[in-house]
Design a protein around this ligand. Structure first.
Ligand SMILES: [Zn+2]
Ligand SMILES: [Zn+2]
Length: 214
C-alpha cells in the first residue's frame, strides 16, 4: 500500500513581513510621487505605478507567503498559498505537488489535469511522443498551438517608431480523435515553455527530449 504523505503548509513570517514591508514602501513612494510630480495625466499615471506594485506586494503577503516541506524529498518549497495549491513544482526533486486546506502532497503520477499545468522548456530541436498528449492512445491528428510574443529588445523601437517585432512559435501536438486542447505554449521566445494537461505525457516528453519538468 502506498500511503499518501502530506505535509503541512505554514505561513512564513519572513516572506509575509518581506512582502508587506516592500508593499508599504512602494505605496509610500507612490504617495510621495503624487505630491511632487503628479501634474498631468501622464505624470499622474507614472506616480500611481508604485502604488499598484505596492498593492500587489501587500496582496502577496496574504496569498503567497506559505512555505512547506516537499512531501517527496523534504526540501523547503516557498511561494505557496496557505490554503489551496496546484501545479506547484519542487526545485530540488522536480516532483509536482498539490493540495487543499494547507496540505501539500505529491501529485498522482498518472494525473491528467483539467488545464495544461505540467510544464517544461521547449528545446530548439524536439519531438513529441507519438501518442495522444491527453490519454496516451495512438495519435490520429495533430493540433496546432501557437504563441506570439513581443521581443524584449523591441520596446524601444516600438515607442520611437510605432512598430514592434514579434516572434511566433507554433508546434503541432499529437491528439486522438476524442481529445483537444491538451497542450499550450507559454513564456517568451527564445525561452519558450510547453505545458501539458497530462503528467505522464510531460514525463514522456522530457525523457524523449532531455528536458526537466517544472
Ligand atoms: Zn522535492
Ligand atoms: Zn486522447
Amino acid at each position: 500500500m502506498n500511503a499518501i504523505v502530506a505535509t503541512k503548509i505554514t505561513r512564513s513570517m519572513g516572506a509575509t513581513i518581506g512582502y508587506f514591508a516592500s508593499g508599504l514602501v512602494a505605496i509610500a513612494l507612490c504617495v510621495w510621487l503624487c505630491k511632487v510630480m503628479a501634474r498631468g495625466t501622464i505624470s499622474t499615471g507614472i506616480a500611481l505605478m508604485p502604488g499598484l506594485v505596492g498593492l500587489v506586494l501587500v496582496g502577496l503577503a496574504f496569498v503567497a507567503a506559505g512555505t512547506g516541506a516537499c512531501p517527496a524529498c523534504g526540501a523547503e518549497v516557498g511561494g505557496l498559498s496557505t490554503t489551496d495549491n496546484d501545479g506547484v513544482h519542487c526545485e530540488k526533486c522536480r516532483a509536482y505537488l498539490e493540495g487543499k486546506n494547507g496540505e501539500l502532497q505529491k501529485t498522482d503520477e498518472s494525473r491528467v489535469a483539467a488545464t495544461p499545468i505540467f510544464a517544461t522548456s521547449l528545446p530548439e530541436k524536439f519531438g513529441f511522443p507519438a501518442v495522444c498528449c491527453v490519454c496516451g492512445a495512438p495519435e490520429t491528428r495533430r493540433e496546432k498551438v501557437s504563441l506570439t510574443t513581443k521581443d524584449a529588445s523591441s520596446a524601444l523601437t516600438e515607442s520611437t517608431l510605432g512598430v514592434s517585432r514579434t516572434t511566433k512559435t507554433s508546434v503541432e501536438v499529437p491528439h486522438c480523435a476524442q481529445h483537444k486542447g491538451g497542450a499550450m505554449l507559454a513564456g517568451t521566445a527564445p525561452n519558450t515553455r510547453i505545458r501539458f494537461r497530462s503528467y505522464p505525457y510531460l514525463r514522456a516528453f522530457c525523457q524523449q527530449n532531455g528536458t526537466t519538468p517544472g
